[in-house]
Design a protein around this ligand. Structure first.
Ligand code: PEP
Length: 255
């Protein structure tokens, strides 16, 4: 299985800045066949960057898209429009769940729309700090997983990636704290067991990523958590040398 290193640039970089950063990243990053490097720029930068990116070295992801392919949906951009431009899409990121009020029903439609349009959805799930404090982590994870995958049939499962992102560990969250590897291991075990309950043994092949305050110094520890196949990186993906270091850690840890 490949190791995934996915950079989520969120609402950062103008199109020009994104292009310069991508240029520098393509020059600086090593090309490791078993490490799949993906970056998720703003929607507006995706089309120009798709002409610039070397897809042998790196892939592009959307941070979001709309679940209907066409129609009267002012302001939306569909997965159908992104087909051929991106290979991946982040779906259900906690910022979209809690700031933009996306629910599991909408997230499920987006996951299905991505797969329908040959884009691999990276479905983000994770509990908030208070849900963890109240002992609700397992229920939240199961609900978000079954909710988000409710339109994914057995034959679609190999097109899906799951990212476990505890909301309390995301660096932009107030008083964020880095998750301990054993805390991650416990939830990743639960995710994998839930997937097998839902889909049977084929679910063992679903890549599960971890995200939340990943930096070069902790990337190795997170990548060696059993069941973790890669990292979703926010803040550190905006800093060229840090993101390159994380890619290098991934290569070292996995070889
Ligand atoms: C994220 O928001 O997906 C994320 C993982 O951010 P950070 O790495 O900055 O915590």
């Amino acid at each position: 299985m490949k190791t995934y290193i996915v950079g989520n640039w969120k609402l950062n970089f103008t199109v020009g800045e994104a292009s310069i950063y991508l240029h520098k990243l393509l020059k600086a990053m090593p090309n490791y066949r078993d490490v799949e490097v993906v970056v998720a720029p703003s929607l507006i930068a995706l089309q120009p960057l798709s002409l610039q990116v070397d897809r042998h070295k790196m892939k592009l992801a959307a941070q979001n898209a709309f679940y209907r392919d066409t129609g009267a949906f002012t302001g939306e951009v569909s997965f159908a429009q992104l087909r051929g431009i991106v290979d991946y899409a982040i779906v259900g990121h906690s910022e979209r769940r809690y700031i933009l009020r996306e629910d599991d029903k909408m997230i499920a439609k987006k996951v299905a729309a991505a797969v329908r349009n040959k884009i691999t959805p990276i479905l983000c799930i994770g509990e908030t700090e208070s849900e963890r404090a109240f002992g609700e982590t397992a229920d939240v994870i199961r609900d978000q997983l079954t909710g988000g995958l409710s339109e994914v049939s057995d034959d679609m499962l190999d097109k899906v990636i799951i990212a476990y992102e505890p909301v309390w560990a995301i660096s932009s969250t107030k008083a964020a704290k880095a998750a301990a590897p054993d805390e991650i291991a416990e939830v990743v075990r639960l995710i994998r067991a839930s997937l097998v309950d839902m889909y049977g043994a084929v679910a063992e092949r679903v890549p599960v990523l971890f995200g939340g305050s990943v930096k070069p110094v902790n990337a190795g520890a997170y990548l060696t958590v059993p069941g973790v196949d890669g990292l979703l990186v926010g803040g550190s993906s905006l800093i060229l040398n840090e993101f390159v270091d994380i890619i290098e850690v991934a290569k070292r840890v996995r070889s």
